[in-house]
Design a protein around this ligand. Structure first.
Ligand code: SAM
Length: 404
């Protein structure tokens, strides 16, 4: 059983995301400091706990179809000597958090910690978790006054939220609720759920399509999903929501939850894809920022530095086991700057000082229905999974194929 622990003071916002934060910044954690683990854990008791669709966000690149496969891998590892239980699943690229919600709802992991660098996304999850009723009220209000009437009223409101930025004088709690409302509004009314950039309102500016701006806004369904998130937070299953860069998240987990290191915590990482991601997220791994510059979202040879930084960290510094999903780009498994290696290679200092292990890397291919571009509808594509979970536990079969 995990005991409550005293937590060190909140870390300051790191430079990597300070650049993206409109003033005033949203909090780094839900409370002033990271929330301690609640123990004993409350029971998850909600109609959506086993449902396929649980996230209130329709997120580009969402991993709801991959969640059952991730569940299989975690379930197979659980109970092994190396991974007796998964007391915490950390999702540093949370986005729509579909995998985390599913895994914790099914009871495959005890708790989840969500983190993302996009302030809209983290404000949304922080508010959905800890200020659920206020966000539900705002959601109904936006629906009744703007989205339901449709036409010019709705498109004007879309323009309002698209250009809205918090004023410097606004109180942090108000800013967080406003950002959460902005996130939900834009996610539900914009083509493919894309929050920033060039994507327009569903149904077009003239609203001439039979699928108008409100066609993805079902107030009762959204309310139920928001309540599910609030419930998970209340019973201690969503531990916290961090507004941090992935590296800060991975660095901070061992200091805030040391009792779980190394064998009771696993990270699930779903970074922006190598291709096209700069069109989908404000913070992609494209060094020119989000929205693809002028190259239609195609990655160039100089664009992979951030992917390499992540790979370097995961191969040499990660203090707990991880599972990573990517688009199946051959470069990922061919380049020694990425994941061509067969095991982690920490430095002697990191082994001795931080206890970093040299876990083997196991790779699998999974067929998924992919819809990240939003323009071409769903198509079949292979997703690459790489993990440091014990190799003998990682299933191999028609669903989880070995690399050729
Ligand atoms: C592929 S999406 C995650 C989708 C998510 N797994 C889901 O099912 O909805 C990638 C996410 O990474 C976030 N992101 C991009 N760069 C980041 C960084 N440096 N640190 C943390 N999050 C980042 C983006 O804001 C985006 O939400």
């Amino acid at each position: 059983m995990i005991e409550n622990v005293a937590v060190p003071p909140a870390a300051p916002l790191c430079d990597a995301h300070a650049a993206h934060v409109a003033a005033p910044a949203i909090p780094t954690h839900i409370l002033d400091n990271p929330r301690p683990l609640v123990s004993p854990l409350g029971i998850v008791d909600h109609a959506l706990m086993m449902s396929r669709y649980q996230s209130p966000l329709r997120y580009p690149g969402a991993k709801s179809s991959l969640a059952p496969v991730i569940a299989r891998i975690l379930d197979a590892a659980k109970g092994s000597r190396a991974v007796p239980e998964i007391n915490l699943l950390v999702e540093p690229f949370a986005g729509g958090a579909s995998a985390s919600l599913r895994l914790v709802g099914q009871g495959l992991v005890d708790r989840v910690l969500l983190a993302d660098v996009d302030p809209l996304v983290t404000a949304f999850w922080q508010t959905a978790a800890a200020d659920t009723e206020a966000l539900i009220d705002r959601m109904h209000d936006e629906w009744t006054r703007y989205v339901k009437p449709g036409g010019v009223t709705a498109v004007d409101r879309w323009d309002y939220w698209r250009s809205w930025v918090p004023t410097r004088k606004a109180k942090p709690a108000t800013v967080r609720l406003d950002l959460a409302t902005q996130c939900l509004f834009l996610n539900r009314t914009t083509f493919s759920g894309i929050l920033h950039g060039k994507a327009g309102p569903i149904g077009g500016r003239k609203q001439a399509s039979p699928y108008g701006i409100g066609c993805r806004w079902n107030p009762e369904a959204i309310e139920e999903r928001l309540r599910y998130v609030g419930h998970l937070y209340e019973v201690g299953r969503i531990v916290d929501v961090w507004h941090k860069d992935w590296q800060q998240t991975l660095d901070d987990v061992p200091s805030y939850y040391p009792q779980l290191i190394p064998s009771r915590v696993v990270a699930y990482l779903d970074p922006p894809y190598i291709e096209k991601a700069s069109h989908l997220y404000r913070t992609s791994f494209d060094p020119r920022g989000g929205y693809g510059g002028n190259r239609a979202g195609k990655a160039g040879s100089d664009d992979h530095m951030l992917h390499m930084q992540l790979a370097g960290y995961l191969r040499t510094k990660a203090q707990f086991r991880w599972l990573l999903s990517y688009d199946n780009n051959p470069m990922l498994t061919e380049s020694t700057w990425l994941y061509a290696h067969t095991r982690m290679a920490p430095s002697r200092v990191d082994r001795e000082m931080l206890g970093v292990r040299s876990w083997p890397l196991t790779k699998r291919l999974v067929k998924t229905r992919y819809s990240a571009s939003g323009k071409t509808g769903k198509r079949n594509a292979d997703e690459l999974l790489i993990t440091t979970l014990p190799p003998s536990t990682v299933p191999v079969d028609h669903q989880l194929r070995e690399l050729p």
